[in-house]
Design a binder for this molecule. Structure first.
Ligand SMILES: [Zn+2]
Ligand SMILES: [Zn+2]
Length: 99
């Protein structure tokens, strides 16, 4: 006797699949793309603070602030550790809007 899915069972599976898809797309849009982008930049520029050479707690800093028409591109970004990044913003020789 061939195995057949009941209509309700089929519907349930379809709903589950849709949910899974939606979740996957949302995750991709939110955190993953940002993290991948950050990783790509770090790989390209080097995982090291350009000011003190620290290799942990790294952050990306916009050389020309986005609010001053700075571009969100690799040529306008440098790698700073969290400490130097804070200093940079405090001294305001380099300022931007990133978190
Ligand atoms: Zn540093
Ligand atoms: Zn910054």
């Amino acid at each position: 006797m061939p195995k057949r899915l009941l209509p309700e069972e089929r519907q349930k599976r379809l709903e589950g699949w849709k949910l899974w898809q939606a979740e996957r797309i949302q995750k991709k849009r939110k955190s993953k793309s940002k993290r991948d982008w950050r990783d790509a930049i770090l790989n390209h520029l080097g995982r090291k603070c350009i000011n003190c050479g620290r290799i942990e707690f790294l952050e990306l800093h916009h050389i020309v602030p986005l609010k001053d028409d700075g571009e969100h591109t690799i040529s306008n970004i440098c790698v700073l550790c969290i400490i130097c990044h804070k200093k940079a913003h405090k001294r305001e020789f380099l300022t931007d809007d990133d978190e």
